[in-house]
Write a protein that binds this ligand. Structure first.
Ligand SMILES: [Zn+2]
Length: 162
């Protein structure tokens, strides 16, 4: 039995973002998964001892994309070859507006996954990256329980930029 640590000559990092529709043995896995597989390459050019280093599941595409970008930056710096694949973009499941933000069809209108609405009657659109709760109306969008606030309508968000 050869010592494999001496026969490994390189490594590939396979980073994947995909959309899962159904459940599996462990229950529902519906959502967006991000995982990173490490494929060590031996002298003969074969992959030996693949394993998953990272694995996440998210409800929303923008959350998954955030993690994907984070892992991309982290593993791109490492020695070895990064093989990124965002299958959601490939499948055109996600759409973006002209500012590159992710929008989705919410049944007759588009919502923007980067913004949320609180309960205030004015100035109710908040950017998730900046603010996840409103001190005026008490709305909280930090993802606990079922009190999640809705994503803002794209039409209303785009008005802020025009
Ligand atoms: Zn508010």
């Amino acid at each position: 039995m050869p010592d494999t640590s001496e026969t490994i000559v390189g490594v590939e990092y396979v980073l994947t973002l995909r959309h899962e529709e159904g459940g599996d043995l462990f229950g529902s896995s519906k959502g967006y998964t991000v995982d990173l597989r490490v494929d060590p390459i031996d002298k003969g050019g074969s992959i030996t001892g693949s394993h998953y280093e990272e694995g996440y599941i998210f409800d929303r595409y923008w959350q998954a994309l955030h993690k994907y970008d984070e892992l991309y930056a982290e593993y791109d710096k490492k020695e070895g070859e990064l093989q990124p694949s965002n299958e959601v973009t490939d499948e055109k499941l996600a759409e973006t507006n002209d500012r590159g933000e992710i929008i989705e069809d919410s049944g007759g209108f588009y919502t923007n996954q980067h913004y949320w609405d609180c309960d205030c009657s004015k100035n109710y659109i908040h950017k998730k990256a900046l603010k996840l709760s409103c001190s005026y109306c008490g709305a909280d969008n930090r993802g606990v329980g079922e009190d999640d606030c809705p994503d803002s309508r794209e039409k209303e968000v785009s008005k802020l930029f025009n």
